[in-house]
Design a protein around this ligand. Structure first.
Ligand SMILES: Cc1ncc(COP(=O)(O)O)c(C=O)c1O
Length: 499
């Protein structure tokens, strides 16, 4: 009967197995189909009473991972906004599991605490945020939005004489939260988790969907007089990569009692390049900023960062103490964010910044911006494609629109092509709805991605688009979804990107 203690002798073999299989997996990822080969492992749901031992269990896991992993760490995954893991970050992430540090405080791990301290300083420098801000590593931008907005909530309560963390809302009125049509669902989720009411957010954009309407913002703030208000500005809309005008928002907000939070999950990386820095102009005057690491920094899941101008608010929102946890004058990072026991996520951040430096990360960001422009130009040159938004950063929003095709059937056609792209697997992105239209929005953030990879975006959409029309003919819209979807395609031959 294998028990962990009796397995001691297999540790080195288990690590060797994982390492050798990881090398094989990653060696093939540049050219592999992105979609999983199966929909998921057919594992038994009953807890086994008798174990099979570590090496056998790992072998089983490796087999099903090979069949059913999405190759999202590879160069042709353009869905959502998902990076991969640079060699330095991946190696460091393995070390984080090996060392298994608890990054709660300086007693549980001085090593992880120091690396988090250094990483937070480096990240502030990378994004051009002032050195006196505080920061903490979270599990992603959702929790970075949560931590930042928890700090905002503390500020808002104190403005009205209430310590919310100690006393709850204590009869406070609902919070006024203003944003634009670009507010991300994760910020709404954070607002919901904070008990502030996601449906209370007012989207001040001209059509309810786009950039913030500055006149409306000024007028709402005037109406609210000196009532404290929280504004969520968006640096990088998921559909288009567009930005709210931060400097203008901040100029208006400064005349009132307002906290300006910036959700820059991926868009904050615009700050790294002189080509795109104007998109986040004024950033350093915000009150809090959320950004992701597992997107454009290309550290493995999960990693995000919250930065707050006044260090007392994160500490006030998340402070906790118990005598057994010890005392130390240095800030415990587990008391600056939601989790107490925490993975040492700083190792991957530190390693990737140490390995590539500011200029290496900037080169990657600029390459992705150029690649997005390249795709935008290809879309513009194709007679059957229509670009729906400016390419401001790393997202290209477009749809298939063959000449003469009935307007009222374009959404169904593009939705169908979106499904076919995922089934095909050469590239991977689905559809969104933008400006009332079903559209594609490939996002380029993976460190491995090159020209040959992004060139497959337009080629694949045009090829599958032509096939969808030929298949469905005039009945495309009328057919029920299952019928219109037809038989699954035979796996497409993987067109080798021209590297
Ligand atoms: C603008 C924006 N904010 C927040 C998030 C949430 O990030 P995460 O999934 O890492 O929590 C995303 C994810 O795509 C995003 O694009």
């Amino acid at each position: 009967m294998p028990d962990p203690l009796s397995d001691h002798a297999n540790l080195a073999a288990a690590l060797d197995l994982a390492a050798s299989e990881a090398k094989v997996y990653l060696a093939g990822i540049d050219d592999a189909l992105v979609r999983p080969r199966t929909s998921g492992p057919s594992q038994d749901m009953d807890l086994p009473d008798e174990g099979i031992g570590s090496l056998a269990a790992l072998a089983e896991l490796i087999e099903s991972a090979d069949e059913s992993s999405t190759r999202s760490a590879g160069p042709r995954f353009f869905h959502f906004v998902m990076g991969g893991g640079t060699p330095a970050a991946l190696g460091a992430d393995w070390l984080a599991s090996t060392l298994d540090q608890n990054a709660y405080n300086w007693i549980s791990s001085p090593f992880a605490s120091r690396l988090e301290q250094v990483s937070v300083e480096w990240l502030k420098d990378l994004f051009g945020l002032p050195g006196e801000w505080s920061g903490v590593i979270t599990t992603g931008a959702t929790m970075a939005n949560f931590a930042s907005l928890a700090a905002a909530r503390r500020w808002w309560g104190l403005q009205q004489g209430v310590d919310i963390e100690a006393d709850g809302f204590s009869g406070l009125p609902p919070m006024t939260i203003l944003s634009s049509g670009y507010i991300h669902v994760s910020a709404l989720k954070a607002i919901a988790m904070l008990g502030l009411g996601r449906d209370r957010v007012r989207r001040l954009s001209r059509d309810g969907a786009g950039r913030i309407d500055l006149d409306a913002l000024a007028s709402v703030l005037r109406e609210r007089n000196q009532e404290p208000v929280v504004i969520v500005a968006n640096a990088g809309d998921v559909n288009t990569g567009d930005f709210d005008p931060l400097a203008d928002i901040l100029a208006i907000a400064r005349r009132h009692s307002a906290w300006v939070h910036v959700d820059g999950a991926f868009g904050l990386f615009a700050a790294l390049s002189p080509l795109t820095r104007h998109l986040v102009e004024g950033l350093e005057h915000a009150d809090s900023v959320a950004v992701d690491g597992h997107k454009w920094l290309n550290v493995p899941y999960d990693s995000g960062y919250a930065f707050v101008r006044d260090p007392s608010y994160l500490a006030g929102a998340f402070g906790a103490s118990a005598s057994y946890l010890g005392r130390d004058a240095r800030p415990a990072f587990g008391n600056l964010g939601p989790e107490m026991s925490r993975r040492a996520r700083s190792l991957a951040v530190w390693a990737t910044l140490r390995a590539y430096g500011r200029s290496g990360i900037r080169a990657m960001v600029e390459r992705h911006v150029r690649l997005a422009q390249r795709v935008g130009e290809q879309v513009d040159a194709a007679p059957d494609l229509e670009r729906l938004a400016e390419v401001r950063l790393n997202v290209v929003c477009f749809r298939f629109r063959p000449p003469g095709f009935p307007e009222d059937r374009l959404d169904d056609l593009n939705r169908r092509i979106g499904e076919m792209v995922l089934e095909d697997g050469r590239v991977y992105f689905g559809t969104t709805e933008y400006d009332g239209k079903v559209a594609f929005r490939p996002a380029i953030v993976n460190w491995r991605t090159r020209e040959g990879d992004v060139d497959l975006i337009v080629t694949t959409v045009r090829e599958l688009g032509a096939r969808a029309i030929a298949r469905a003919g005039p009945g495309l819209q009328a057919k029920p979804a299952t019928e219109a979807a037809g038989e699954p395609e035979a796996p497409a031959e993987v067109a080798k990107p021209q590297h």
